[in-house]
Design a binder for this molecule. Structure first.
Ligand code: ZN
Length: 173
């Protein structure tokens, strides 16, 4: 097994108090994500940040009704200071829910020989779940760190975890 750690959308625009797409729970999972990053670095596991990066007039804002967030090149689109990537880490910019859609993620994972993804970040039933889905359909094993993913509501968070476990065969850890 060769694993990579994914940190999904832990950006200022999701994490900070009063941010446009604030997910308050993200602030509670920062220590668990830090723990996973430290573990991954100790074990020589690639650390991959998967980050929203939108154009100011991105169709996603109209289509899904989200307030504008994570606009390319702004502070809001940057990973929070507490979890800042190191130069050796990989950063993938995405434009929608899945980290695989129109990105280099699959190619990079293949080059690295990765067969297992460990997912952390937000939002449990949105970007985490759609990335898990695309990963599974591409043949990756998926692990979800339950204390390191954040939901918008407890109900949606639990539904996301349940679907990833029961429908996608993800391992909840
Ligand atoms: Zn977005």
């Amino acid at each position: 097994m060769k694993r990579a750690l994914l940190i999904i959308d832990m950006l200022n625009d999701f994490v900070k108090e009063g941010a446009p797409l604030e997910v308050p729970e993200t602030r509670r999972v920062i220590p668990a994500i830090k723990r996973e990053i430290e573990r991954a670095r100790t074990e020589g596991e690639p650390v991959i940040y998967v980050c929203d990066s939108h154009e100011p007039d991105d169709i996603e804002f109209q289509r899904f009704g989200w307030p504008p967030h994570a606009i390319k090149g702004t502070k809001g689109a940057e990973v929070v200071d507490e979890l800042k990537p190191l130069p050796d880490d990989i950063l993938i910019e995405k434009v929608t829910y899945s980290g695989f859609y129109n990105t280099q993620l699959d190619e990079i994972l293949t080059k690295l020989g990765i067969d297992t993804l460990r997912l952390t970040g937000c939002v449990t039933h949105i970007c985490v779940m759609f990335t898990a889905s695309d990963a599974v359909l591409r043949g990756y094993n998926v692990e979800v760190v339950t204390d390191a993913v954040a939901g918008l509501s407890k109900e949606d968070h639990e539904a996301g975890l349940r679907i990833m476990k029961n429908v996608l065969g993800a391992r909840l850890i």
